[in-house]
Design a protein around this ligand. Sequence first.
Ligand code: NAG
Ligand code: NAG
Ligand code: NAG
Ligand code: NAG
Ligand code: NAG
Ligand code: NAG
Length: 316
Amino acid sequence: MFALLPLFALLPSAFSRPVPRTIFGLGNSTADDSASGAPSPVSLATLNSTLLKPAQFARVAYCASATITNWSCGLPCQALQNVTFLQSGGDQGKIPLYYIAHDGTDNTLVVAHEGTDAKNILSILNDAEFGLVPLNETRFPETAGKNITVHSGFQETFERTADSLLAGVMSGLASTGAKKVLVTGHSLGAALATMTGALIKGAVDSSVDVTVTGFGLPRGGNEAWADFLDSDVGVTFMSNQNDPVPTVPPKFLGFQHSSGEIHIVDDTQQNFIACPGQDNTNCATGNNVLASSVANHLGPYFADITFGGSQCSPPS
Ligand SMILES: *[C@@H]1O[C@H](CO)[C@@H](O)[C@H](O)[C@H]1NC(C)=O
Ligand SMILES: *[C@@H]1O[C@H](CO)[C@@H](O)[C@H](O)[C@H]1NC(C)=O
Ligand SMILES: *[C@@H]1O[C@H](CO)[C@@H](O)[C@H](O)[C@H]1NC(C)=O
Ligand SMILES: *[C@@H]1O[C@H](CO)[C@@H](O)[C@H](O)[C@H]1NC(C)=O
Ligand SMILES: *[C@@H]1O[C@H](CO)[C@@H](O)[C@H](O)[C@H]1NC(C)=O
Ligand SMILES: *[C@@H]1O[C@H](CO)[C@@H](O)[C@H](O)[C@H]1NC(C)=O
């Protein structure tokens, strides 16, 4: 459905003149600190036990809100047994949905953020109005003095539900007794998950283990933000083949990925690599822009996981 959209058509006029080779991480930027260490293979069995469930929970976030509330969203909900819905927020319009649920099998509190379609995320990411702005240091006091800047659109969206979301997580931890939190999302939802992960990590005590995962994650902030995610949060994110979203906004505008990338090399479900360092040029950052595939943004991430609501019942 998203067959090879002409990517450059989505770029605002400021970028529509001949694009520097660095725009999607190709070539050299003025201060290129991309990692280039050799990736190592990761087995499907390892990914099944670590990232399959986070992908499944992120997939549910695209289904209609009313069907998430009673866990009746069709295949995406059926793939996850023994789950109790606790809270949701957002409106699936201007404010993307998030939900909080309890996974009884792993005694884990799950927070999943809805994303947006590939065309929409690319226009948001390439909209020159959404530059880097200072991270809200009132909300993240532990970042004071670190000069962290983040994508203004992501932060605005995050702020709209941050208070109710955090209150829901704290009461969910208290009511379930869970000592683990999983935060997950795809696309815009993945970018929001990194901010939500930082928020929860800053609010819970050290007895609570917080895991943050993303799929089709765009760059969300500057190098100081990437460093903070690495040192204080820990994010693992999957990039699928030639998905352009993980390569934007471009590094030359000051954006940088945190480390923790797992790259899907091809469609065989056999070739996955862990990419050391930030923006490793052997993984999504090194993609050839001419080979970009917007379809890769949706999946498949595991054999049968496609994001965007097409697998929900009713489809959304
Ligand atoms: C990138 O930088 C390296 C080292 O400075 C240089 O050898 C190489 O020619 C540069 N490549 C491009 C495409 O400018
Ligand atoms: C991974 O999970 C899928 C779906 O549950 C299953 O079909 C596949 O056999 C699993 N592969 C491994 C190596 O565990
Ligand atoms: C769940 O809610 C939806 C929407 O309100 C409704 O159509 C459906 O019948 C409910 N399913 C169950 C199992 O309660
Ligand atoms: C289902 O969840 C409950 C807690 O809500 C837990 O006690 C039970 O062991 C779980 N069942 C399975 C099969 O994991
Ligand atoms: C910054 O975070 C505080 C809560 O810590 C919130 O009240 C305030 O609205 C946020 N500021 C912006 C500009 O979003
Ligand atoms: C933050 O920016 C200020 C002003 O540019 C600079 O003096 C300071 O060293 C920077 N701090 C860090 C931690 O980079």
